[in-house]
Write a protein that binds this ligand. Structure first.
Ligand SMILES: *[C@@H]1O[C@H](CO)[C@@H](O)[C@H](O)[C@H]1NC(C)=O
Ligand SMILES: *[C@@H]1O[C@H](CO)[C@@H](O)[C@H](O)[C@H]1NC(C)=O
Ligand SMILES: *[C@@H]1O[C@H](CO)[C@@H](O)[C@H](O)[C@H]1NC(C)=O
Ligand SMILES: *[C@@H]1O[C@H](CO)[C@@H](O)[C@H](O)[C@H]1NC(C)=O
Ligand SMILES: *[C@@H]1O[C@H](CO)[C@@H](O)[C@H](O)[C@H]1NC(C)=O
Ligand SMILES: *[C@@H]1O[C@H](CO)[C@@H](O)[C@H](O)[C@H]1NC(C)=O
Ligand SMILES: *[C@@H]1O[C@H](CO)[C@@H](O)[C@H](O)[C@H]1NC(C)=O
Ligand SMILES: *[C@@H]1O[C@H](CO)[C@@H](O)[C@H](O)[C@H]1NC(C)=O
Ligand SMILES: *[C@@H]1O[C@H](CO)[C@@H](O)[C@H](O)[C@H]1NC(C)=O
Ligand SMILES: *[C@@H]1O[C@H](CO)[C@@H](O)[C@H](O)[C@H]1NC(C)=O
Ligand SMILES: *[C@@H]1O[C@H](CO)[C@@H](O)[C@H](O)[C@H]1NC(C)=O
Length: 460
């Protein structure tokens, strides 16, 4: 079953003109629309221990075993098809896995892999090559659970319909390394690649992902996730949700996001560490007309943008908000939705060798800083969305700010002391003369090319 198409040898995949095949070309999404309409039932208690046992018709425990040229199936609820557990080493080659059956408990399925078609758990090694996995009714395709559990996968075709059916899913510190994956999910909360409690480690190369549902990202990052040469489209989701102290990267990727933002970086409180995400030689297009490229809520986050394009139709580059994401992943939650979960955000965006367009917007106690280096060119302005909030801009001597509206900053740091690298287009910048970052400006006013000025804010 050599299903792999030539396109995956096309590296780099960034081209925009080639036709990318993915699993819903073969099983149309519409064929499973009632399955895809089932909403994830997240309104249940969160229990951090296992209450539903992992069962399956094919279970390997404490053993080595190979499945080759097989067709493995199961139709029961809360049941996997194949489990490799307790120190097993399992190879699955040229095999097709087909699973039906519902999950009765989203938390058990999310934290322990119940109902996942293929599960590797508890210090097991699972090797998959030329494997085709189809699930219906809401089941993850491949799940890795536990420290020292590693799934290595190549030439993998994954299809799912139904809710909470992630493609490659790792939790409990499990690891997945995969290349040549084609993945499609039709349901809600079904990210192509996903980590879960307390962390999953996911490394993907040369792959294609498409998701159709709300809350279904290309990547849900909890732990660590690195994508290299990935073409991904999330029709009704950000390309990434990344939470708390997670670390993620996209290198040489072409991604499309359809709802909320390109990247949603969120947390429930700021104590879970700094979130890092890097976008390198990547193009991220955001089709939602109101959505920013980068969104920070309730988190301390740093995004590194290197030789990358961020294309929005909203004209908003980044938002830092007093907010988080609702359980349904469909809108930005505010104080009235969940007072205990919302918090301010501190977002910092470090840009290298990139041309970006779009505004910076900070809300209600949040802070947002943009650092432009290495021949970067930014067209945009900054403003406050609600209440009082802080914005900062740092420019090195090789970067240019093309100003599109009057902007008030807490910090303005410019390596060009004459400000000749800011094109004002008639607009002006004010800065807070008392802020320590602005000491070198010594409360002076500077004239900008195009008629505007840089001057101290008037004291209230
Ligand atoms: C994978 O399996 C599905 C379901 O059996 C089938 O429709 C599809 O053609 C297979 N895909 C490939 C690429 O073999
Ligand atoms: C793995 O071992 C645990 C106990 O350590 C046991 O509860 C579980 O049933 C075992 N799994 C399998 C598949 O045998
Ligand atoms: C499986 O789950 C579905 C959906 O919740 C339910 O309708 C069906 O009765 C369950 N089947 C069994 C055998 O419990
Ligand atoms: C993994 O180990 C835990 C703890 O011993 C056990 O409860 C669970 O059933 C095991 N998982 C599998 C798939 O055997
Ligand atoms: C995951 O790692 C943490 C921290 O090392 C550890 O406490 C926890 O037991 C691990 N979880 C599993 C399921 O291995
Ligand atoms: C994943 O990417 C991060 C951020 O770029 C990097 O620090 C980390 O070393 C990478 N991990 C692996 C295993 O490649
Ligand atoms: C900002 O957060 C508020 C809730 O605090 C929310 O109503 C609003 O939609 C959010 N806006 C953006 C652009 O994030
Ligand atoms: C603004 O933040 C304060 C907490 O500092 C909070 O009480 C208030 O509800 C927030 N308002 C909005 C619109 O987010
Ligand atoms: C402003 O500069 C200070 C250092 O003086 C820094 O700690 C803070 O994060 C900066 N804020 C923004 C929004 O750039
Ligand atoms: C600079 O901004 C102005 C609008 O203020 C815009 O018309 C112009 O196209 C921008 N220049 C570049 C090179 O993007
Ligand atoms: C200016 O900065 C000072 C010192 O950081 C701060 O106390 C003050 O509130 C700021 N003023 C405004 C208008 O942001």
């Amino acid at each position: 079953m050599k299903v792999f198409l030539l396109l995956l040898q096309l590296a780099p995949l960034i081209s925009g003109s080639i036709v990318i095949n993915e699993p819903s070309d073969i099983i149309p999404e519409q064929q499973w629309s009632s399955d895809n309409a089932i909403k994830a039932d997240y309104d249940i208690p969160v229990i951090y221990y296992q209450t539903i046992a992992n069962i399956a018709p094919y279970i390997v425990a404490h053993q080595r075993k190979t499945f080759q040229n097989a067709v493995l199936k199961d139709n029961s609820n809360d049941t996997s098809v194949l489990i490799a557990a307790n120190g097993s080493v399992v190879h699955v080659i040229d095999t097709e896995v087909i699973k039906f059956g519902y999950s009765s408990d989203l938390i058990q399925a999310s934290f322990f892999g119940t109902n996942a078609a293929v599960l590797a758990a508890n210090h097991s090694q699972l090797y998959l090559s030329d494997v085709n996995i189809t699930t219906h009714n809401g089941a993850a395709n491949i799940y890795a659970y536990g420290t020292d559990t590693v799934v290595d996968a190549e030439n993998i075709w994954l299809y799912s319909s139904g809710p909470t059916a992630h493609g490659l899913y790792a939790s409990g510190n499990g690891t997945i390394n995969a290349r040549n994956v084609q993945v499609f999910s039709g349901g809600n909360r079904c990210s192509a690649f996903s980590g879960d409690n307390p962390a999953g480690y996911i490394y993907i190369r040369d792959s294609v992902a498409r998701t159709a549902g709300i809350g279904s990202a290309v990547g849900f990052v909890l732990g660590e996730m690195n994508l290299t040469n990935v073409v991904g489209s999330a029709e009704r989701s950000p390309a990434f949700f990344t939470i708390g102290g997670a670390v993620g990267s996209c290198t040489n990727c072409e991604l499309t996001a359809g709802l909320l933002a390109g990247l949603v970086i969120f947390g429930l409180d700021k104590s879970s560490g700094v979130n890092y995400f890097s976008l390198d030689h990547t193009k991220l297009t955001i089709t939602d007309e109101t959505a920013p490229a980068l969104w920070f809520g309730g988190v301390v986050g740093e995004v590194y943008v290197r030789h990358t394009e961020l294309v929005t139709s909203s004209g908003i580059l980044a938002v830092a908000n007093y907010s988080t994401i609702t359980q349904e992943f469909n809108f930005y939650a505010g104080y009235y939705d969940d007072p205990s979960a919302v918090n301010t955000a501190d977002g910092r965006v470090f840009v290298e060798d990139s041309t970006l367009t779009g505004d910076l917007v900070a809300f209600n106690g949040s802070t947002l800083g943009l650092h432009l280096t290495d021949n970067s060119f930014w067209t945009g302005k900054g403003y406050i969305g609600y209440g009082s909030a802080d914005l900062g801009v740092v420019l090195d001597a090789s970067s240019v700010w093309n100003l599109t509206g009057d902007t008030a900053l807490l910090n303005l740091t410019n390596a060009v002391t004459t400000f000749s690298n800011i094109r004002s287009n008639g607009f002006s910048i004010t800065y807070n003369a008392s802020a320590p970052a602005n000491r070198p400006l010594r409360s002076r006013t500077f004239k900008l090319e195009g008629g505007g000025t840089v001057s101290p804010m008037s004291r209230k």
